[in-house]
Ligand binder design. Structure first.
Ligand SMILES: Cc1cc2nc3c(=O)[nH]c(=O)nc-3n(C[C@H](O)[C@H](O)[C@H](O)COP(=O)(O)O)c2cc1C
Length: 374
């Protein structure tokens, strides 16, 4: 039966060794780089007997043996076998998303759940404990925010159904008390729990994987009562804003999100970043990367609910120029990385009913265009 190179493989160098990883089978082998030449010849179905002829400088028996070894490691598949079919699907799906999406998705599936181990506890103790619970900029000027929250009278049902993504905002300041209520109720600590070797952990109003609370909030202020426009870090410990610098002209801020309307007229924007070490120090599998994204999503949803309850309009986007945003905040984009861009303001149309600019409710014609099975 003809053979070919598995599609679901990725090659790299690690500790000086040439490594080939099959992300479908999760088998990783280090190989003599010459094996890559062999794999290179096997892009399409090929009769194994014909392969040796393509390597006249090699002993045919050694080529046969190498092919057998590569097949044994799952780097070569055989036509007609179910492994080959599965490999085709896993290794070529989502073509526009490329190898990177396939690799990340597959390699972060079925990870073992590792609660803390004695070794991890020892390691943490040797490092002098866990990463700091709160990030702070001790040298920065600080604005302490009002602590009396604005009572939120909206019913849960109203908030749930009134939440919509807004893209047009009034030319009005957001009241300071609303802004402060928003920050404390979404990003501030709600309570602290005793987490044994991990010390005290913070809980917010949003769920957080392992209560790691790795997400930080940076605020770009444009129109908030009493607040000078600028770039601030929200420090939940002091319920204060640490001033990091002047904001670029707002049209440049809007450009960071590829000029989307949701930022253009907004009163403020918030960048959610992840302090990766807070996660990595406890969770050692790559699946943790997914959890960081989920955590950012939880906070963004709470942000949307609270802004709605306060009568503000929320916007959120994943489309932004990561590196430019990170440069603006002065973070390195690796140990701390930008994940999500939010904004809000006083809605231009307080009656915006959630049709998201599309004012026509879906009728028979629209449903005909979507295939709905029932
Ligand atoms: C992860 C995520 C990314 C989004 N990115 C964008 C975006 O780049 N541009 C935009 O205009 N809206 C963006 N949105 C808003 C969606 O378009 C909006 O949520 C959707 O149209 C549904 O409308 P609703 O939020 O009012 O229910 C995003 C929403 C989410 C959850």
């Amino acid at each position: 039966m003809p053979i070919r190179r598995a599609r679901s493989i990725v090659c790299y160098w690690h500790d000086g060794a040439f490594v080939v990883e099959n992300f479908r089978t999760r088998i990783t082998v280090s190989l003599d780089p010459v094996a890559a030449e062999l794999l290179n010849e096997l892009g399409d179905w090929t009769e194994p007997e014909k392969v040796a002829a393509r390597f006249p400088d090699f002993d045919p028996e050694s080529v046969r043996q190498s092919l057998a070894d590569l097949e044994e490691s799952g780097l070569i598949v055989r036509q007609g076998q179910s492994a080959a079919e599965h490999d085709e699907v896993v290794g070529t799906s989502w073509p526009e998303w490329n190898m990177s999406a396939r690799y990340l998705h597959t390699m972060t599936k079925n990870a073992p759940y590792t609660e803390d181990t004695p070794e991890l506890r020892e390691e943490l103790a040797a490092q002098g404990g866990r990463p700091a619970l709160f990030k702070s900029y001790p040298e920065a000027d600080v604005v302490l925010l009002p602590r009396i929250p604005r009572p939120i009278g909206a019913s849960f049902e109203e908030v749930l159904y009134r939440r919509r993504t807004h893209r047009a905002f009034a030319d009005e300041d957001v009241p300071l008390v609303d802004f402060a209520t928003l920050l404390s109720s979404v990003f501030g600590p709600a309570q602290f729990i005793d987490a044994d070797a991990y010390g005290s952990l913070m809980q917010r109003t949003s769920a957080s994987g392992g209560a790691r609370q790795e997400i930080e909030a940076y605020v770009l202020v444009r129109r908030v009562e009493a607040l000078a426009p600028g770039i601030y870090h929200y420090n939940g410990l002091i319920h204060g804003l640490e001033f990091l610098g002047d904001c670029p002209p707002w049209q440049d801020v809007a450009q960071l999100s590829v000029n989307q309307r949701g930022i253009e007229d907004a009163a403020f924007a918030i960048v959610l970043t992840s302090l990766v070490e807070r996660m990595r120090s406890k969770y050692r599998t790559a699946r943790t990367y997914r959890i960081m994204l989920m955590d950012a999503g939880h906070l963004a949803q709470t942000f949307a609910m609270v802004t709605t309850a306060l009568g503000l309009g929320p916007f959120q986007t994943a489309a932004f120029a990561d590196t430019d945003v990170e440069d603006l905040l002065g973070i390195d984009g690796v140990d701390e990385t930008a994940l999500y861009l939010l904004s809000a303001g006083v809605p231009a149309d307080p009656q915006q009913d959630g049709t998201n600019g599309l004012k026509t409710p879906a009728g028979l014609a629209a449903f005909r265009r979507s295939r709905i099975a029932h």
